[in-house]
Design a protein around this ligand. Structure first.
Ligand code: TTP
Ligand code: MG
Length: 356
């Protein structure tokens, strides 16, 4: 295996991932279900599991499994509908704790984050234990933490001893850990990629190392170069501290005040399209739609509407904004109109739509 540059090896990166997150929140809020197999998911015929606790996993249950099948495999299953705002609230609490260890924290989904703690003097494992204990004490939730010198290895390490594990992958461990790893464990290969590789007799990282970078690129496109490096223990991606966006909006002050409410329809539809394309570009979904109007006497009028589900399409956003507009009786000329959306979630959590 190629050697990794010393500077890269010296980084201290943590990957923190909550254990059976949604299910753990339900257990925490319902102590009467303690110890029972539990899943969060849709109850209807098209319902799917969002996740399940480890007791349910012992029956073969997993995320994205149809709920009816889960019930067949585990008839005693406690199946509860999702309460996304509660999970979001708990996630914020955990991220708040993580942020107190380093400002270089990148939340990558509702239940996982990378931390770059290179500048901290304490050993990475010591910090990992402190974080695990503090999260448990302050929130009652359990996290697994992977420790290594880059993001790829830290994420691999956090999966190693779930639940409630702390596992470190050092540079000396890399060949031992990676060589016999099944290719499906490599981020970026996925199920489809795993099948493709199986067809050409490649099952483990050891087999994959034989392929050149060009061969990997022809199989996986741009991702091929990333995979080529990862399986050699290299990953140059930095931990990017991102502030979670709370809302996305667009507004404009008109050159001339508007007196007819019909003249506000055009701008609203235009802003809905702009917001929708921003949501789609950032792979986000929104649930609340707001309009804001300012009159010629600078009076501010705001109205909000919560949709039954998360959306990113222009029609849903403009319909909600126009609904809000039509509920207003405008008695003064309007100098500014704005549309915005909030309650943003990552589009990865789209399956949540099936929960209701
Ligand atoms: P994961 O971290 O993938 O799963 P988990 O936290 O439930 O379990 P683990 O101990 O293996 O980490 O996802 C975090 C949450 O995201 C999960 O609790 C529910 C939600 N989710 C879905 O809604 N659908 C999915 O397909 C997956 C994978 C997760
Ligand atoms: Mg998790």
């Amino acid at each position: 295996m190629n050697a990794v540059k010393a500077t890269e090896k010296q980084k201290k990166i943590l990957h923190v991932d909550l254990d059976a997150f949604f299910a753990s929140v339900e257990e925490l809020d319902h102590p009467e279900w303690a110890g029972r197999p539990l899943a969060v998911g849709g109850q209807g015929p098209r319902g799917i599991l969002s996740t399940c606790n480890y007791a349910a996993r012992a029956f073969g249950l997993h995320s994205a499994m149809p709920s009816f099948l889960a019930k067949q495999l585990c008839p005693q299953l406690v199946l509860v509908p999702g309460r996304f705002s509660r999970y979001k609230e708990m996630s914020e609490q955990v991220l708040h704790i993580l942020r107190s260890y380093t400002r270089t924290m990148e939340a990558v989904s509702i239940d996982e984050a990378y931390l770059d703690i290179t500048s901290r003097p304490e050993p990475a494992l010591f910090i990992a234990h402190a974080i695990q204990d503090e999260v448990a004490e302050q929130t009652g939730l359990s996290v697994s933490i992977g420790v290594s010198y880059n993001k790829f290895l830290a994420k691999l390490a956090s999966e190693w001893q779930k639940p409630h594990g702390i596992f470190e992958i050092t540079c000396d461990d890399v060949p031992r850990i990676l060589l016999d790893l099944s290719v499906e464990r490599i981020h970026g290969i996925g199920r489809h990629g795993t099948e493709k590789l199986k067809e050409i007799g490649i099952f483990t990282v050891r087999d994959l190392l034989v392929l050149t970078e060009e061969e990997l690129k022809s199989l996986f496109g741009k991702q091929g170069a990333y995979i080529y490096d990862c399986i050699r223990g290299k990953d140059a991606r930095d931990v990017h501290p991102v502030r979670p966006r709370k809302s996305i909006g667009k507004e404009r002050t008109f050159d001339r005040d508007i007196t007819q409410s019909e003249d506000l329809i055009g701008p609203i539809v235009e802003y809905a399209h702009a917001i929708s394309s921003t949501l789609q570009k950032r792979a986000l979904l929104a649930r609340s739609v707001h309009i804001k109007l300012k009159t010629d006497s600078f009076q501010l009028i705001t109205r909000s509407h919560q949709l039954p589900t998360w959306v990113d399409d222009p029609a849903a956003i403009s319909e909600a904004a126009l609904f809000l507009l039509h509920q207003l009786t405008l008695s003064q000329p309007i100098r500014l109109i704005g549309v915005s959306v909030s309650e943003l979630i990552s589009a990865d959590a789209k399956q949540l739509q099936f929960l209701r």
